[in-house]
Ligand binder design. Structure first.
Ligand SMILES: C[S@@+](CC[C@H](N)C(=O)[O-])C[C@H]1O[C@@H](n2cnc3c(N)ncnc32)[C@H](O)[C@@H]1O
Length: 313
């Protein structure tokens, strides 16, 4: 039975064994493939359960005998649920029913039924969930960004990212720099800086496959050369000490654990004298973390955010 799991994380793949001990779920057999959108979750599934996992922006074609989908409002946006459910329906020939389809929904029964109904009402309709929206920095052209559900930010620019782009663009205008945008999302910060810094050589990194997909689409649409890398662990060693500038708008949902990964990468990737810019709502939390990697931190206020600037010694 070739089975595809969609939306599952390592923590979902345990079951209670004898004496209440947690072990890998017995149904996670070698013919099961786990699909993840974030490479971090793929690595965790491989490491913890030694299971087959793939990370890609879209579901693998199959053919699949069974698809199990774990979702709910706390796990992903309604739009991403719908987008993945549409792909599941396509892989299963339009049928979203047991035994070939199982929905593991965390949430209210009404929301579960609404989600299923949206696809079941017209299984042949192919909805396009991509969005386009404008953004620019002072003195630069308006760029029309494309984003997809799951990618940060979908349908709108992030104010923190915009604040970071504006500060970096102002300081770098007219220079030739090699710039690393870590946690690039759809490329908002890196591409806005590039729009006023034509000499910028860009590398973008994100752990989310849909972000990488969107950043590649945007690079192509804007005509900007950029290397876009899928990674949850920074840049490859060959890039160590090669960057003049690092920009990062890390997520703060895990306290400062991910910001720490970003800063470790910054200090490794920058040349001596290279500049690191990060952004957050409240500098008091991030500043001590940044100070463990850089000797000084300058705080620049913009749009209600703090941009933290440091120089590598
Ligand atoms: C707050 S968003 C910023 C996106 C974009 N730079 C902006 O400002 O709109 C943070 C991004 O970091 C990515 N991310 C999270 N953990 C990561 C990691 N370990 N390595 C690389 N990117 C990561 C997320 O997928 C997300 O796209």
């Amino acid at each position: 039975m070739k089975t595809l799991l969609v939306g599952y994380r390592a923590a979902d793949l345990f079951e209670k064994g004898r004496r209440g001990r947690e072990t890998t779920a017995s149904w996670l057999t070698p013919d099961v493939t786990c699909h993840t959108l974030d490479i971090y979750h793929r690595h965790a599934i491989e490491k913890v359960h030694h299971a087959r996992a793939i990370c890609a922006p879209h579901l693998p074609e199959g053919p699949w005998d069974v698809i199990r989908f774990k979702t709910g409002p706390k796990r992903m946006s309604g739009e991403l649920s719908l987008d993945l459910l549409q792909e599941i329906a396509q892989r299963l020939g339009g049928e979203l029913k047991p035994p070939r389809f199982e929905l593991d929904f965390e949430g209210k029964a009404r929301d579960r039924n609404d989600l299923l109904q949206k696809i079941a009402a017209d299984p042949t309709r192919v909805r396009d969930f991509s969005a386009t929206w404008p953004s620019s920095v002072p003195g630069g052209p308006v760029l029309t960004f494309t984003s997809f559900p799951g990618c940060f930010c979908h349908r709108r620019q992030d104010e923190g990212g915009l604040a970071l782009a504006e500060v970096a663009a102002r300081e770098l205008a007219g220079r030739n720099v090699r710039l690393l945008d870590m946690g690039c999302g759809c490329g908002l910060v890196g591409f806005l800086v590039r729009s006023v810094v034509p000499g910028a050589d860009l590398v973008l990194v994100d752990s989310h496959a849909r972000a990488v997909e969107a950043a590649n689409v945007n690079a192509r649409n804007f005509g900007f050369a950029a290397e876009v890398i899928l990674s949850d662990n920074g840049t490859p060693a060959r890039m160590d000490g090669t960057f003049d500038v690092f920009v990062g708008n890390p997520p703060y949902y895990s306290d400062y654990r991910i910001a720490d990964v970003f800063l470790q990468t910054a200090v490794r990737a920058l040349k001596p004298g290279g500049v690191c810019y990060t952004v957050c709502k409240n500098a008091a939390g991030l500043e001590p973390v940044q100070k463990t990697y850089f000797p000084t931190v300058e705080i620049i206020k913009r749009r209600g955010y703090a941009v933290l600037k440091s120089v590598k010694e």
